[in-house]
Design a protein around this ligand. Structure first.
Ligand code: SF4
Length: 255
């Protein structure tokens, strides 16, 4: 995608949602860190359901350690990989108390040294809690960047490097939120909703998904009988033309 197209891409996403942010609930950097660790291979909505009652009482690593791994594991058992995540959250809470004065560190290196914290989690925390211009690439961002031609790459690191290079000001800080939300609600994995997409003309993906009322249902196209005689099939032929062709090649039955 050309430089002016990239600018226009983000300008339109920004126009549609001027103040994007994470959908994970938290009230301070520590809760955000815990929520992001829990969100790996889980939905934000699922994490919020589990953390809502917990975060009313647990706002700091000391309280989490006191709560204990067994109780925390039980509290988050609706989330995938809950056992490993519970272990990591208790371990990272201990590390924050021991090495960082119970504060969430502000550098990528220190964050990634914590148990259960990878590059994507560090990027989200640096961006959302501390306002850094980082580009967390999750499954939605990866899909949108490749489908649209915005920042194609074979893996998340390659996409992140491209985003670092191409995203212009004033969109750098919120770019990853716009991309996540666009992928989650419009450019969906199974069926992108191109007909209502604000960046459709800039996007390289083809063929674009038609509005629900304009799509040909495969079964209707196959039988042709119930469809209108002028309805076009995926091949561009009309149902009546196909029926006519069929009758020409079908052998006549003798009485
Ligand atoms: S046009 Fe379709 S594929 Fe392209 S970004 Fe929009 S929803 Fe995604």
């Amino acid at each position: 995608m050309k430089r002016d197209e990239v600018f226009e891409f983000f300008r339109r996403l920004a126009e549609a949602n001027p103040s994007p942010t994470t959908e994970l609930n938290s009230s301070n950097p520590y809760q955000l860190l815990v929520a992001v660790v829990l969100s790996a291979q889980a939905t934000d909505a699922g994490v919020n359901i589990a953390t809502r009652p917990l975060f009313e009482h647990i706002t700091a690593p000391e309280q989490m350690v006191e709560f204990g791994e067994d109780a925390f594991r039980t509290a988050i058992k609706t989330i995938g990989l809950f056992s490993t995540k519970a272990h990591n959250v208790i371990a990272l809470s201990r590390a924050l108390i021991r090495d960082h004065g119970s504060q969430v560190p502000r550098t990528r290196e220190e964050l990634q040294a914590l148990p259960g914290v990878g590059r994507k989690t560090a990027n989200v925390v640096l961006n959302t809690a501390f306002g850094e211009e980082t580009f967390a690439v999750d499954t939605h961002v990866f899909r949108v960047c490749n489908r649209t031609g915005l920042a194609p790459g074979n893996n998340v690191e390659a996409v992140e490097v491209k985003l670092e290079k191409i995203v212009p000001q004033p969109f750098r800080r919120d770019a990853h939120h716009w991309l996540i939300l666009h992928g989650r609600y419009t450019c969906k994995a199974r069926l992108p909703e191109c007909w209502r997409c604000p960046v459709s003309d800039l996007c390289r993906y083809k063929p674009k998904t038609l509005p629900p009322g304009e799509r040909v249902k495969p079964k209707a196209a196959r039988t042709g009988a119930r469809a209108s005689s002028t309805a076009r099939t995926a091949t561009g032929r009309t149902a009546s033309t196909r029926n006519a062709n069929r009758s020409r090649v079908r052998p006549t039955r003798l009485p």
